[in-house]
Design a protein. Structure first.
Length: 416
């Protein structure tokens, strides 16, 4: 069984990495082949120069993703069947031979640090080379490292308790530890949804109440009409880090709030802002957030139940390069390798997400102005340099939002 798992894992790792590289190159070729002409639906609103900028930006990001995917796959192979995790485990066993929970937490943290050594350089390159080249980056290097430190602090403060709880339950809660951990994990996530907007998000960005009285009144009227109650309307200083624009709902229950990037408010007029908000309200009205939370809880339930079985199988450890079974290594291995086994399910999840976006667009068209939403989307596509001609297969795997041409054509039906 151990050999079978090793063979299956390596095969899937090579397959998924190969698919990611193939999809990326396919996307680049498709975007490049449509670079010379603006799609007819956008010819009157997006210039050839803006279209070509979006194509070049998309291709630059995709090339980086291809390189990163290859590096991540190589690192995962080195950590597992290559013996990296085994080496980390041996080091901490020699230092803490009698403290399994503390040792387990340190082994997991060490593995996460090693993984970040791959991620950080790519994030840095994207920010200060790719985004800088295309005029989107507003961050300084000091801000980049400050954000990195903040994310680390928040990750430790939030992650350490849940990690220790997981290891403690795995060690002492009996054969149904996974069920108890699932309850703890679910409660933790609900709590984070409630406290994140008020206590965590301001650690990274500034949030100020929406000052435009006329716009505020208009938005509050729409919220009342749609039966949405929020903690308030806020503007986030997105321009401090990027020139990209966005708007979103955050929070859960009484802590819900509406957040606009300052860059979005600068680019859109009142009608367009209202239509974008109506789209977000469509997600609320169709219970998309609740459905996604329920789906996340269901997937985590199945995952933890599977882990509860795998941790008692010696071949699970041996097949992934670990000589001595342990609770913490079972958890770490599961977290690291499960994305490889789940990669081919991505089109299903992406399709579900795009279905939600179509439903939200439909709601916005009925409760605001479809024409204004189209105009807002076109501006956002242009200003964010979003390619108008993604490769269909690449889009099916990766895009949570429908391709621009399909989305606009559906909305155009409401204006005819």
């Amino acid at each position: 069984m151990a050999y079978t798992l090793t063979f299956t894992f390596i095969t899937l790792l090579l397959l998924t990495t190969g698919i990611r590289v193939w999809l990326g190159n396919r996307h680049i070729a498709h975007v490049q082949s449509h670079r010379s002409e603006v799609p007819a639906a956008f010819s009157g609103s997006i210039s050839l120069e803006a279209h070509q900028k979006a194509a070049d930006y998309s291709n630059a990001k995709t090339k980086l993703v291809i390189t990163e995917a290859t590096a991540q796959a190589a690192l995962l192979a080195l950590l597992t069947v290559g013996g990296g995790l085994q080496l980390i485990d041996e080091i901490w066993r020699s230092l803490l031979p009698a403290h399994e929970i503390a040792r387990g937490a340190l082994v997991i943290c060490s593995a996460m640090i090693v993984s970040s050594l791959i991620d950080i350089p790519f994030d840095y390159y994207k920010t200060f080379t790719v985004d800088e080249k295309f005029g989107f980056n507003k961050m300084t290097r000091r801000m980049f490292y400050s954000d990195l430190i903040k994310h680390t602090i928040v990750g430790v403060l939030l992650g350490a308790p849940i990690l220790f709880a997981a290891l403690w339950l795995m060690q002492g809660a009996g054969s149904y530890w996974w069920l108890y951990l699932w309850v703890v994990w679910s409660v933790f996530n609900l709590l984070m949804l409630a406290v994140y907007p008020t206590f965590i998000a301001p650690f990274f960005n500034k949030f100020t109440p929406l000052a435009d009285a006329a716009l505020k009144q208009r938005i509050e009227t729409l919220l009342t009409k749609c039966g949405f109650k929020s903690q308030g309307l806020f503007v986030m200083d997105g321009s401090a880090r990027s020139s990209h624009g966005n708007a979103y709902f955050t929070g859960f229950g009484a802590s819900k709030r509406v957040v606009f990037f300052d860059t979005l408010l600068e680019r859109l007029n009142a009608d367009e802002i209202e239509s974008v908000l109506a789209h977000e309200l469509g997600h609320f009205r169709h219970h998309h957030v609740i459905k996604r939370i329920a789906l996340m809880f269901f997937i985590s339930f199945i995952g933890l139940a599977l882990l509860g079985w795998l941790m008692n199988q010696d071949w699970f450890y041996a097949g992934l390069g670990i000589e001595q079974a342990s609770n913490y290594m079972a958890l770490l291995l599961f977290l690291l390798v499960s994305p490889v086994f789940l990669f081919l399910l991505r089109p299903i999840m992406a399709s579900y997400s795009r279905k939600n976006e179509f439903e939200a667009d439909d709601y916005a068209a009925k409760h605001a102005s479809a024409k204004s939403l189209v105009e807002a989307l076109v501006k956002l596509y242009r200003d964010n340099a979003s390619t108008l001609t993604p490769d269909p297969l690449h889009s099916a795997f990766y895009d949570s939002h429908p391709p621009a041409s399909i989305r606009i054509s559906k909305l155009a039906a409401y204006t005819s």
